[in-house]
Structure formats: C-alpha cells, structure tokens
Design a protein around this ligand. Structure first.
Ligand code: NAD
Length: 365
C-alpha cells in the first residue's frame, strides 16, 4: 500500500502501530504527532515515524489515513477539529480508544469517513519508549463499523493496512463492545484501584502492613497502575454501562456481607466454589480485554544456584523467557520466581519441563 498515514498520539499504542504499518507497507509515509515535544523527538530519532509535521493541521490535511491514538475524550475532540480542516477527499479516520459508543455517535455527525478501532493489547508500560512491534500479535483488534454501508466496507482497507500487527480482527456493534469491555476491563480496573486505595488507608494506621502485603494482593491489583488520564476518560465515556455494573457489584457485596453476618457457611462455600470452578476454566493463552501476561510462578527453596537450575532447564528445552523476577520471600514457601514468556505455548512447555525435571511446584497465578 502507498499513501500518507498520520498517527496522532505516539504513546504505547500509536508508536507500536506506526512500526507495524511500516513493516508491512514500507512505501507508506508515516507522519506522527504528539502534544509532548520530547515524544515527537524520540519518535523521529528512533525512526518510529518518518516525519513530525509542523502542525497538527498540516499532518491531517495531507493524510490518506488518520489514527487517533490518544485518550478517548481527546480523540473525540480531535474529530471536531478534523471536521473544520480541508482534509483529503478520500481520507479514512480511525481511533484506538477503549470505548466505542460515544465516538461512533460523534463521528456519525461528521462528513469524513470514520471506522472505530480498539486493539486489545497493552503492556506494563506506556509512552513512546514502550514501543513494541509485537504488541498486537494474536491480540483481538476490534472494529466498530458505521451505519453507512459504503464507509463500513472500507474496513477491508484498514485490515490490509494493519496486517503487520498480526492481530485477529473482530467486528462488533459499539454497544456490544462497551458492555463487554465494561464487564471484563472497566469494572475490574475500578475494583483494583479501590482495593489499592483501601489498602493505603489501612496502611496509614498499620505501618507494617504493606511490607507484609501478600503476593495475591499484588497479583489482583496489578492493573491499578494503569494511566489515570486514560482511565478517567474511559469511565466518563462508558458511564451508563459502568454505573449498571457497579450497582450489580454492590448488590453482590451486600449479599456476601449478609451471608457473613448470618454465618451462612453453605452460601459462602458455594460462592467460592462457583468462582473457583469458573476461574479454573478460563483459557490461559488467550489475549482478552485485560492484556494477558504469560507468567509462571515457581516456588523455590532458598539455596545458591537455584535460579541457574531453573533457567538451565528452560535453556535446554529451547524456551526463551522475556523476564525473570524474584518475588518477596514468603515464610511458608521461601521464595517465588516469576518468569514471563512471550506466549501461552512457551508458558505451558516451561511449566511441564520444570515440574518434570525439578522438585519445584509451578503455578500460573
Ligand atoms: P500512552 O499514555 O502510552 O500514550 C498516549 C499518548 O497520547 C502520549 O504520548 C500523550 O503525550 C499523547 N497525547 C495525550 N493528549 C494528547 C493531545 N491532546 N494531542 C496529542 N497527543 C496527546 O497511552 P496508550 O496506551 O498509547 O493509549 C492510547 C489510546 O489507546 C487510549 O485511548 C487508550 O484508551 C487506548 N488503548 C490503550 C491500551 C492500553 O492497554 N494501554 C489498549 C488499547 C487501547
């Protein structure tokens, strides 16, 4: 493919898309724009983009394809700016935002072609320095199509343009998208953030608490370190869906509190049993709405050479690891190695090899 692409927002998603587009289509000219001058400079120096135009307007006016990879509310504001610019006649605009209903409603009032997009991949990191050409590999890339059939058909162009992502394309109605992400991404983020805040309050009266905080608390609150600007926009853009989910969550908590108050052993047991059963059957190597991390947790004894022993097993089996961390020592199991892999196949193979060749117990979470 040929032409000019203009990527607005050169953070994790925008810069990773830029390199994927260029890899699959070397003849495309990739222009980028970010409100941070430092980000623009880094993106140009690292050849993530070909050019940084003199202004947003200049980049937009010469573009055949425009990607808005900025927080959701900012993307919506940019749509209004685009409407007042003399754009290329056949320009196709898309976004990467985590909510879809609001932007699809706004874009329907504009004269240029717009198709909603949401690449469902993320990372522990953000910003241009987190650029990752493999970020979207095997992840779902959701498109929400406009009602205008002629414009909707242009999704084929976008799919061709994005083929270097190696993502799996899915078409969803905007309301379906927002309900699914509301349940499986937005609500969990709110709960994780609220747990961390409650823990912090508790910590102020119990100074030793955070030092003793168990690994489980860390695991279930990992997503609370996401970017606050991005998450404020997401909540304000999916208000009705999230309000409904919070209400259901509150009723569930009220119910649990009642069982505890009444010492209803059977009900409490059934609550945990049902959750365990469902959780145990979740796929481990499937990239869902919360980015998957292929982590293996190995309980190891505290003696010299134990890390070398585990990595040697992996090396012999030809399994590459992408990160290795020693988690805090726990009194009962002595130590936990957290080993991260690139995909679910490596994760499963590693678990099998370590358990077969050592005495160490492996867990997926
Ligand atoms: P990021 O923080 O890594 O990057 C956002 C970039 O946008 C930053 O470089 C920032 O300087 C720039 N920016 C902010 N306001 C701007 C403005 N007014 N004009 C120009 N640039 C501006 O965030 P990200 O993870 O790349 O997320 C970008 C979008 O993609 C968001 O809408 C987010 O909801 C969505 N998204 C994020 C993830 C994820 O897990 N990180 C996954 C899928 C979709």
């Amino acid at each position: 493919m040929q032409g000019n692409v203009f990527i607005v927002g050169l953070g994790l998603i925008g810069s990773s898309l830029a390199v994927c587009l260029k890899k699959a289509h070397p003849d495309l000219k990739i222009n980028g724009w970010d409100r941070s001058e430092k980000t623009c400079r880094l993106a140009k120096e690292a050849v993530i983009v070909d050019e940084i135009p003199a202004s947003f307007a200049k980049g937009a006016q010469t573009a055949d394809y425009i990607f808005l990879a900025v927080p959701v509310k900012t993307a919506i504001a940019y749509l209004d700016r685009l409407e007042n610019l003399p754009l290329q006649k056949n320009v196709l605009v898309t976004d990467t935002g985590s909510t879809k209903q609001e932007i699809m409603t706004v874009s329907a009032t504009h004269s240029f072609d717009f198709i909603g997009g949401h690449p469902m991949a993320g990372s522990h990191k953000s910003g241009v320095t987190a650029v990752d050409p493999k970020l979207f590999e095997n992840a779902f890339y959701i498109f929400t199509l406009p009602k205008n059939k002629k414009v909707a058909l242009r999704v084929k162009e976008l799919e061709e343009l994005l083929k270097g992502t190696h993502a799996k394309y899915v078409h969803l109605l905007p309301e379906t998208h927002d309900q699914i992400t509301g349940m499986f991404s937005h609500l969990p983020h709110i709960i994780a953030a609220s747990l961390v805040n409650q823990g912090d309050l508790f910590d102020q009266n119990h100074p030793d608490a955070s030092r003793l905080a168990a690994g489980g608390f860390r695991d279930m609150t990992r997503i609370a370190s996401s970017d606050p600007v991005m998450w404020t926009d997401i909540l304000l853009s999916n208000r009705l869906v999230i309000l409904d989910l919070i209400q259901k969550w509150q009723s569930e908590m009220t119910q649990v509190a009642k069982w505890i108050d009444e010492a209803d052993k059977g009900a409490i047991y059934a609550f945990f049993e049902q959750a365990k059963d469902t959780r145990d059957h979740l796929p481990v190597d499937h990239i869902g709405v919360i980015p998957a991390f292929y982590d293996l947790f190995v309980d190891v004894p505290d003696y010299p050479g134990v890390i070398a022993e585990v990595t040697t097993v992996l090396g012999r089996a030809g399994i590459s690891l992408i990160n290795l961390k020693i988690l805090e020592t726990r009194e009962d199991i002595i130590g936990v190695l957290q080993i991260s892999f690139k995909n679910g196949a490596d994760l499963r193979k590693a678990k099998e090899c370590i358990e077969r060749q050592t005495d160490y117990h492996c867990r997926l979470i």
